[in-house]
Write a protein that binds this ligand. Structure first.
Ligand code: PEP
Length: 251
C-alpha cells in the first residue's frame, strides 16, 4: 500500500505574515503521518521560517525549485546544500511553469533530481502534456519520455522514494481537471515507464500524484483510482480550510 501524499504549491503567492499564519493555523490539525504525508511548498524566501514554524507537527516543508550545483556563480539560484542546511524535506522539480517560462530542460531536471537525492531531499518530479499533445494522442508517449529522461542513472532504491506528479498542462490553474479515469490511465503509463527502467518492485513503490485544478470537490474520486497516490495542488492549497479538506480526504 502506498501512503497518499498531498503537496501544496503556493507558487509566488502570499505575504510573509499570511504564510506564517497559515502554518500556525493548520499545524496541530494535520492528520496522522501514518495516513497521509502533508507538504507545503512556499516561496523560497519563507522556507527557513516555515520549517521552524512547522517543526512540532508532521507537516513537511518543500521548495518549488533549486539549482543542481552545491554552490557557485549562479546569481539568484538556491542550491540543494542550502535547502538541506535549513531542513527542507521536499523539492518540486520540472514543474511545467519552470519548463515553459524558464526553459528548464529534461537534462537539467535529471541533474536536479540527482542533487536532491544526494542531499536526502525528496523530489516531486513533474511531467505532463499540453492540450495540443493530448488532442494529437501523444500524452502517454510524452510523459514516458519525460520520466525516462528525468530518471536516468539512478539506483532502484533511490527511485522508490521519489514522488512523480502527473500534471496535464491544460489543467493547471484553469479549473479544468482530467477525468479521474483519464488521470489514472496516464499515471498507470508513468508507472509502466518506471517499471521498464527499474523493475516492477520499484514501480509499485513510487508514489504518483495527480495535479491540475484539484479541489475538495474532486479529490475523493481522483484518490479512489489505483494509480493515483495523492495530489500536487496549487490554488486549493492557498486557503487553510481547503488544504485541510484535501488532507482529510486522503487520510
Ligand atoms: C500546480 O501548481 O502544480 C497546480 C496543479 O495548480 P492548480 O491546482 O491551481 O491547478
Amino acid at each position: 500500500m502506498r501512503k497518499p501524499i498531498i503537496a501544496g504549491n503556493w507558487k509566488m503567492y502570499k505575504s510573509f505574515d499570511e504564510a506564517v499564519d497559515f502554518i500556525e493555523e493548520i499545524q496541530q490539525e494535520i492528520p496522522s503521518p501514518d495516513k497521509v504525508d502533508a507538504v507545503i511548498c512556499p516561496p523560497a524566501l519563507y522556507l527557513p521560517t516555515l520549517v521552524v514554524a512547522a517543526e512540532d507537527s508532521s507537516l513537511a516543508i518543500g521548495a518549488q525549485n533549486m539549482h543542481f550545483e552545491d554552490e557557485g556563480a549562479f546569481t539568484g539560484e538556491i542550491s540543494p546544500k542550502m535547502l538541506s542546511n535549513v531542513n527542507v524535506d521536499y523539492v518540486i522539480l520540472g514543474h511545467s511553469e519552470r519548463r515553459e517560462l524558464f526553459n528548464e530542460t529534461d537534462e537539467a531536471i535529471n541533474k536536479k533530481i540527482r542533487a536532491a537525492i544526494n542531499y536526502g531531499i525528496v523530489p516531486i518530479i513533474c511531467c505532463g502534456e499540453t492540450l495540443e499533445e493530448r488532442e494529437a494522442g501523444q500524452t502517454e508517449t510524452k510523459v514516458a519520455r519525460q520520466i525516462t529522461k528525468a530518471l536516468k542513472d539512478f539506483a532502484p532504491v533511490e527511485v522508490e522514494h521519489m514522488v512523480i506528479a502527473y500534471e496535464p498542462i491544460w489543467a493547471i490553474g484553469t479549473g479544468k481537471t482530467a477525468t479521474a479515469d483519464d488521470a489514472n490511465t496516464v499515471c498507470c503509463a508513468i508507472r509502466l515507464a518506471v517499471e521498464t527502467l527499474y523493475g516492477k518492485d520499484t514501480a509499485e513503490k513510487v508514489r504518483i500524484q495527480y495535479g491540475g485544478s484539484v479541489k475538495p470537490e474532486n479529490i475523493e474520486e481522483l484518490l479512489s483510482k489505483e494509480h493515483i497516490d495523492g495530489a500536487l495542488v496549487g490554488g486549493a492549497s492557498l486557503q487553510p480550510a481547503s488544504f485541510m479538506k484535501l488532507l482529510e480526504a486522503a487520510a
